[in-house]
Structures are given as structure tokens and as C-alpha cells.
Design a protein around this ligand. Structure first.
Ligand SMILES: O=C(O)CCC(=O)C(=O)O
Length: 252
């Protein structure tokens, strides 16, 4: 066991765990360099996805004024990020949370540039993923110091216990912000230095605010599942092991 009983109980009660440092300063330098290089490459080839452009309920200039940039599956394009999804310190915690056999669901780099970083609106991950069993756990790693103002992760403790209905936009089919269903006075802000991480359950309601500060906010999320997990998107068939969904740890 890597987690203390207190940490385990806290995760099961609250649906998240602010953990601590996972990257040394040398690793941090490396990942920052590689992250920036991948975004530079993506910019040369049509640009990373701008999630802010999809935030329909944030006003019509969201796409031009705000950028919440995403590169999905860094592990497919960069050997260093491929290694990071196998990081033993992280997998030890994941093993305590979901068991000894661990598969990658996906990873993503989530970049809020300075001054114009877009929000990630309140949501439960599994409203998008529709996985069963709904026991996936994410590790969210900071590559910059994160405070509320530049987009630290905010969570509502205890919300992992119940899925909530996420309404879809009639025009685009995209899920809408569920802020109106959320008691945001209960939000906990996970401010952390660079190189630290927090874990959250796939039903924990979470949010990051727009970044209008002069400081960029680089983060990397790894989403873990157990083998045999199905998704409504895959017609409830088991998601197969593959290059983009490797087994990361097998003990039985
Ligand atoms: O990085 C962000 O701003 C949000 C990340 C997120 O929603 C997630 O990792 O599930």
C-alpha cells in the first residue's frame, strides 16, 4: 500500500485526493520542454483542439478570445509522455484506488495560455465517457504552479457517489455546463506547485476557471481504467488493449 488509510478514506469519501510531488525538478524541466515542443508542432499542423470554442454557453467570442488547448494521447506522439503514463509512483497510487490490473483509457495535455486561457466548465468526466463500471480514476499533473486564478482544479467533494444528468445542446450535441446544478459554494480549490498531482474519480464534479493572469498553466491528465471496462460509445463492448490503450500494470 502506498496510500495511508486516511488518504484512502478521504478519496472514497470525497472523490479526490490532493497527493503531492510526483516529478523531480529534472523531470519537470524535461516534461515542460517536451510539452512546449508538442504544442509548437501541433500549431504548425492546424493547431491543437481549442475546447473553449465548444463552450457555447460562454458567449459568442469564446472561440476567438479564449483558448483551452488540448492534445489528446500525448503518449502516442512522444516517448517521454509515453513513459509518464507508466510512472511507478502514479501507478502505485492507482493500484490502491482501482486494483492491481491497470489499463490506460487515454491521456491529454491541457494548456491554458496566459491572459486568454479558457474555462473547463463544471462536469463529471463519465458524463462524456459513459464507461461501466464507473470507477475510472484520473491523475492530474501540474507543469506550472497552479492557483485558483490561473486554473487550479476545483472539485465538489462527495459528488462521485451519484451520476448527474448533463444536458446536451440541441444544435451541436455537445454536453452543456452543469453549473446551475452545482452548489459552487462547496467547491474546493486544489492549488499546487509544479510537479505535483491530484487524483479524481470519474464522477467527481470538477471545473477550472479561465486564466486571465500573466502566467500560463500547463497540465497533463492521465485517465486510468480496469481491464474489461466497457463504454456506451463502444456499444458496451469491452475496450480492447492496444497501442493507444496499453496495459500499464498486470499483477494477476
Ligand atoms: O486541465 C483542466 O483545466 C481540466 C482537466 C479536466 O477536466 C480533467 O482532467 O478531467
Amino acid at each position: 500500500m502506498t496510500l495511508t488509510q486516511e488518504q484512502l478514506d478521504a478519496f472514497h469519501a470525497d472523490g479526490y485526493l490532493k497527493y503531492g510531488q510526483v516529478l523531480s525538478s529534472e523531470e519537470l524541466d524535461l516534461y515542460r520542454r517536451e510539452y512546449d515542443a508538442e504544442f509548437a508542432k501541433a500549431n504548425e499542423h492546424g493547431g491543437p483542439t481549442n475546447l473553449a470554442a465548444r463552450a457555447e454557453n460562454r458567449g459568442s467570442n469564446a472561440a476567438t478570445e479564449y483558448r483551452m488547448l488540448q492534445i489528446l494521447n500525448m503518449c502516442e506522439r512522444n516517448i517521454h509522455f509515453r513513459r509518464l503514463v507508466y510512472n511507478a509512483k502514479i501507478l502505485d497510487v492507482i493500484e490502491d484506488l482501482i486494483g492491481p490490473n491497470i489499463m490506460l483509457f487515454h491521456d491529454q495535455a491541457l494548456f491554458k495560455p496566459a491572459h486568454h486561457g479558457g474555462a473547463v466548465t463544471w462536469h463529471q468526466d463519465n458524463a462524456y465517457w459513459k464507461c461501466r463500471p464507473a470507477n475510472l480514476v484520473s491523475c492530474w499533473i501540474t507543469l506550472d504552479d497552479v492557483v485558483k486564478e490561473n486554473g487550479a482544479m476545483q472539485v465538489i467533494p462527495g459528488t462521485q457517489l451519484k451520476p448527474i444528468w448533463h444536458e446536451k445542446s440541441a444544435s451541436s450535441g455537445l454536453l452543456l455546463d452543469v453549473e446551475k446544478l452545482v452548489d459552487t459554494s462547496k467547491a474546493v480549490v486544489c492549488e499546487m506547485p509544479a510537479g505535483h498531482c491530484m487524483f479524481h474519480h470519474c464522477q467527481t464534479l470538477h471545473y477550472t476557471q479561465p486564466n486571465e493572469t500573466p502566467n500560463q498553466r500547463r497540465a497533463f491528465a492521465i485517465h486510468f481504467m480496469i481491464p474489461g471496462t466497457t463504454s456506451e460509445h463502444a456499444h458496451l463492448k469491452e475496450m480492447p488493449v492496444g497501442f493507444n490503450r496499453p496495459m500499464l500494470r498486470m499483477r494477476s
